[in-house]
Design a protein around this ligand. Structure first.
Ligand code: EPZ
Length: 424
């Protein structure tokens, strides 16, 4: 398994380009199952999760084309020979569950592996399934698989107990070709949900309310394939904002969707970071001492859970005490034990972490456990005394394209070391 070797001391300075949003691309690819000709996506990053979903869609009989060098990805599901998502594919990327809604809408029957949990939590999909049953689908779960059937989905009023992002997206993808109106209440309001709704409307769907907690979908009989530009990745941009802030850097983040990052920007400004909008991007200038801040992760537009680990890394070298509450996932503090090995002072009580800033972290060999935890360890390595090694960075490759090149371009001393075994 590859690892990153990071030498300390760099202040991130320069310009970096934000790529397309992983969490927008995945539901958009699933939307390709609803039409029988080429759906074209642009501004698509090269990420492991996207490759995994390409593999699953090819398995089902869809064609995948495009040019990764230009960020173009094309999906054509003129025929779906196997409306199935097998465990060995779904287990590596649980967002594969997004094929469930479009498959049952298009093929009337599908067999999709239960995604199972992951490092950060149980990740249930009960709300996805309950919503589809409300729309008339019959669902049986056997041997770890969801077997879903529906001659024709019927529009329904669905209340989500939790504003699930992929749950909202799955139900939207199922409802666009259903008979009648579907109303999703307590819907997720993330920008990626809006991006999907805009794309589906461009394809001929009739969706209103995306971006609010009530989304209405009037079913139509057919959709047409279109070209869609993927929105910038707010979590990648936010990760670079924090990197600039905690290294006393000065970075222009190009294509930074600052309108999607308001709560992060507010918190960073409270730490003493300067954030200004410029032609083509957002400039972030860090300063020490870093003032400590408290924050709680909650569904959009509140502070994003996907930025919690990165912000915690910054708080470990703040001048005070920071209370961090993770309200979305039950086990999203896997980075804490690794940060403590670097000398961070962090105490955990359930879903609350108390971080007391220290003068300096010290470099150490670390192990990545999940996608965003990996990013926080790299950020910590940038400011730690000495050398930091982060292993199992396959977690990182799932959601960050060429992060070592992008950070290196800003002056970071970070090298990817290939796994010895792989070299043989
Ligand atoms: C999406 O995951 C993102 N993934 C996650 O990003 C992100 O952390 C998460 O939303 C929250 O913002 C993609 O979009 C591909 P949820 P998702 O369903 O949809 C509970 C990353 O790092 N819940 O919104 O799986 C659940 O337990 C990833 O890029 C149910 O109870 O998250 C959790 O507490 C990590 N029943 C809460 O809702 C359900 O049926 C939010 O989960 C579904 C969810």
């Amino acid at each position: 398994m590859d690892k990153f070797v990071i030498e300390c001391g760099a202040r991130l300075v320069g310009e970096v380009q934000t790529g397309g949003a992983k969490n927008a691309v995945l539901p958009l690819m699933a939307a390709g199952l609803l039409v029988d000709d080429w759906l074209t996506l642009t501004n698509v990053p090269r990420l492991k999760d996207i490759d995994t979903l390409c593999g699953l869609m090819r398995f089902m009989g869809a064609e995948i084309d495009g040019d990764p060098a230009t960020g173009t990805l094309k999906v054509r599901a003129s025929k779906i020979t196997k409306p199935e998502a097998p465990y060995d594919l779904v287990k590596t990327m649980r967002a594969s569950i997004l094929v469930l809604g479009p498959l049952v809408a298009r093929c009337k029957e599908a067999r999709v592996s239960l995604p199972g949990g992951c490092a950060i939590g149980a990740r249930p999909i009960n709300l996805h399934l309950a919503g589809l049953e409300k729309m008339g689908a019959t669902i049986e779960i056997e041997h770890g698989y969801i077997h879903i059937r529906a001659e024709k989905l019927i529009g329904a009023k669905i209340y989500l107990d939790a504003p699930t992002v992929t749950g909202t997206e799955n139900l939207m993808l199922a409802a666009v070709l259903a008979d009648g109106q579907t109303v999703i209440e307590n819907a997720a309001m993330e920008p990626e949900v809006v991006c999907l709704a805009d794309a589906l409307n461009k394809m001929g769907a009739r969706i209103t309310g995306a971006g609010t907690d009530i989304i209405k979908i009037e079913g139509v009989t057919k959709l047409k394939p279109v070209e869609v530009e993927v929105i910038p990745d707010r979590i990648e941009a936010g990760t670079f904002m924090i990197g600039a802030a905690m290294t006393r850097g000065n970075v222009l983040i190009k294509d930074c969707p600052i309108n999607y990052l308001e709560t992060l920007a507010v918190k960073l400004k409270e730490t003493g970071t300067t954030i200004t909008e410029e032609e083509g991007g957002v400039r972030v200038i860090g300063d020490w001492p870093i003032r400590s801040v408290d924050f709680r992760t909650q569904p959009y537009p509140a502070f994003p859970t996907d930025m919690q680990a990165q912000m915690m890394a910054m708080m470990t070298i703040s001048g005070g005490l920071s209370v961090i509450s993770e309200t979305v996932f039950e086990n999203r503090f896997m980075h804490v034990s690794e940060l403590k090995r670097m000398g961070a002072d962090i105490k955990i009580d359930g879903r609350v972490a108390i971080v007391t800033g220290v003068e300096r972290l010290s470099g150490a060999p670390l192990m990545a456990t999940d996608l965003r935890a990996s990013a926080s360890l790299i950020l910590a390595g940038l400011v730690a005394e000495g050398t930091t090694e982060v292993s199992r960075i396959y977690h990182l490759d799932r959601g960050y394209e060429n992060i070592e090149k992008k950070l290196g371009g800003l002056g970071a001393n970070i090298t990817r070391v290939k796994d010895e075994a792989k070299k043989k």
